[in-house]
Design a protein around this ligand. Structure first.
Ligand SMILES: *[C@@H]1O[C@H](CO)[C@@H](O)[C@H](O)[C@H]1NC(C)=O
Ligand SMILES: *[C@@H]1O[C@H](CO)[C@@H](O)[C@H](O)[C@H]1NC(C)=O
Length: 440
């Protein structure tokens, strides 16, 4: 009897490895125009086993599984089984269904917004757009949350298992940079075009509507993202707390060039804590329709239809959790207060904008695009925008942010131009093509 079991396991083991091999062989084909071959390498069996073990930890057993046309596998996982609850500080965490309080809108803001909703915002469709996996037709059952399953390939593309799902340090302190520019260059080839608030205020959240594009990426290791940062702590030390959300194109993380909804958090300046999406324990998802890390569809087209997503992040004043909302009133989930140090109290800075990695692959600036790949001067339908930039104050009230500053390290590569009008409140166009005669 014991022998038969052993043999069965042996056969299973063999099958599993054959399957894995198929995976790896399939992976050699260049699906997106990018060369992934070097990341497949000869991954040693030991490495593959370690990766498998890690995946078993983060890929939770699903009730059902949904195949997306973009290749993603979406697992519907019971919400009590989601990765967040593996966090040692969240052992006895009671999952919140809804935040006790939504941010209040200032009266005049409400009037302004209801007015702007009457008019179609320059051809922007107002209905909530779908994620690509929704076209499967199957929904996640009640009580479950949709989670994008990580594959062996996803991990193999990362520098190491430790680096999988983590963002490399590459932030800038705008205030500091302004004071002693141009000495401070953001590390690791990270380049930004951002708007930011002053550092002397207190913030309890932020909101913006972000134009969605599919910028092209030259190298697998590079990315292009457009997001909100909620920050507290010091930029120079190792205690920076950051909560981030937006859309990103990251061939390394997802294996393709599609823009995807993402979240990020860290409490130690991107060192050991935190990760993208649900790739580590932390973010508690409450929504059963939106998968974090899933691709957004459709995306904006040059001088044609424009699509945008509205992201709101705010601190629930009662329990201190940082919630994330999408669109007008769709709750996605929250970062529990327990995760944070500085952000347990409040944020001291908010940033909005784009970030890319320029690896200088062939000794020159790569042609990885930010935003739409077009400069701010080109305006609507051509350049990417953030509109209706708002912040949440200590009263849990949302209001249009005033007095923002902007920053771009190399305006010949990527730039930003902010403005204000009644319809869009505080807004900006940002981005650029990367490599061009003035950026090389
Ligand atoms: C991809 O990269 C590998 C290793 O760097 C190289 O050997 C191979 O020729 C490349 N393939 C293509 C299609 O460029
Ligand atoms: C939806 O997902 C299921 C389960 O993965 C799969 O069997 C089915 O073929 C998918 N349907 C479509 C229309 O893609």
């Amino acid at each position: 009897m014991g022998n038969i079991v052993a043999n069965k396991n042996g056969v299973l083991y063999l099958l599993l490895h054959l399957l894995l091999l198929c995976f790896l062989v399939v992976g050699e084909f260049d699906l997106s125009g990018l060369n992934y071959t070097k990341f497949i390498r000869q991954a040693s069996r030991l490495r593959l086993e370690r990766i498998q073990k890690h995946l078993e930890k983060i890929n939770k057993p699903p009730l059902i599984t949904i195949q997306s046309p973009d290749g993603d596998i979406i697992d519907c996982v019971h919400k009590r089984k989601q990765p967040a609850l593996d966090h040692p500080l969240l052992k006895n965490h009671k999952i919140q269904k809804v935040p006790p309080e939504m941010p209040k809108r200032l009266i005049q803001e409400e009037v302004r917004n209801s007015m702007s909703n009457e008019a179609t915002i320059k051809g922007t469709p107002r209905q909530w757009q779908w994620q690509m996996w929704h076209s499967n037709g199957t929904r996640c059952p009640k009580g479950t949350v949709p989670i994008r399953r990580s594959s062996v390939h996803d991990v193999l593309r990362a520098k190491s298992l430790f680096h999988f799902g983590k963002k490399q340090r590459g932030f800038i302190n705008p205030a500091r940079r302004r004071a002693d520019a141009p000495d401070i260059v953001s590390g690791n080839g990270h380049e930004h075009a951002i708007a930011y608030t002053g550092t002397t205020q207190e913030f309890y959240g932020a909101r913006a509507t972000i134009n969605v594009w599919d910028p092209s990426i030259e190298e697998v290791k590079e990315f292009s993202l457009s997001q909100i940062w909620i920050l507290s702590g010091s930029f120079d030390g190792s205690d920076l707390n950051s909560i981030e959300a937006g859309w990103q194109v990251s061939p390394e993380l997802y294996g393709d060039n599609r823009p995807r909804l993402f979240t990020y958090w860290t409490t130690d300046s991107y060192e050991a804590t935190g990760c993208y999406n649900l790739l580590c324990a932390g973010f508690v998802q409450t929504n059963s329709r939106i998968a974090i890390g899933a691709s957004i569809s459709p995306v904006s087209q040059y001088t044609a239809n424009q699509y945008d997503i509205t992201i709101l992040i705010w601190k629930d004043p009662k329990l201190g959790n940082w919630w994330m909302g999408l669109g007008d009133n769709t709750l996605i989930g929250y970062w529990p207060a327990e995760l944070f140090t500085h952000l347990a109290d409040r944020a001291t800075m908010v940033e909005w904008g784009g970030e890319v990695v320029n690896s200088r692959a062939n000794g020159q600036h790569t042609s990885t695009q930010m935003g739409s790949g077009h400069f701010p001067e080109d305006g609507f339908g051509k350049s990417s925008y953030f509109r209706n930039l708002e912040v949440v104050d200590a009263d849990n009230s949302l209001s249009s942010v005033r007095g923002i500053s902007t920053l771009a390290e190399n305006t010949n590569c990527y730039n930003i131009r902010s403005s204000y009008n009644k319809e869009w409140g505080t807004f900006f166009y940002y981005g650029g093509p990367g490599n061009n005669p003035r950026c090389s």
